[in-house]
Design a binder for this molecule. Structure first.
Ligand code: TYD
Length: 139
């Protein structure tokens, strides 16, 4: 059966002392369904800019936005859904085979990504028609 994306609450500890803030954390396999081989962040992006425009053949990812507001448009080849990451403790798990557009809703929002695979340009699909053909042949 096709794996669907999911939204999770990251484990979150709010300090009881005023202005000390919160702390979130994630453990591979305990909190997310994959082991983490790579972590990266995207920063310094201005509002209304868009990135992404690709899918992955094998890479699972956890996305979260520790600062700001970022919108994900997720397309599995059949339907599109929008997920908004606007809290530091909201996580989005994306299995392979989702075309994604990432829209910055606020200047300098930070996108953190934990990935199941090392960087491999060959497991990306960067052309939408190729993505649709791949989905139809690998459903
Ligand atoms: P890319 O995945 O295309 O980012 P976006 O889709 O958000 O624009 O990555 C941008 C560039 O960074 C591209 O040249 C590939 C390189 N890159 C790495 O070398 N290693 C990595 O782990 C990642 C995520 C990207």
């Amino acid at each position: 059966m096709k794996k669907s994306y999911s939204i999770i609450n990251l484990r979150n500890i709010q300090n009881e002392e005023k202005d000390l803030g919160g702390l979130t954390f994630v453990e591979e396999l305990n909190d997310i369904p994959f082991g983490i081989k790579r972590i990266y962040s995207i920063y310094g992006t201005k509002a209304e800019k868009r990135r992404g425009f690709h899918s992955h053949k094998s890479n699972w990812q956890l996305l979260f936005c520790p600062y700001g507001c970022i919108e994900l448009i997720l397309d599995d080849g059949y339907e599109k859904n929008v997920v908004v990451l606007d809290k530091p403790y909201t996580g989005l798990i994306i299995p392979p085979n989702y075309w994604r557009e990432i829209v910055w809703k606020q200047d300098n929002s930070v996108l953190m990504v934990a990935a199941s695979e090392m960087y491999d340009p060959d497991e990306y699909i960067r052309d939408y028609d190729e993505f649709m053909t791949y989905i139809q042949n690998n459903a």
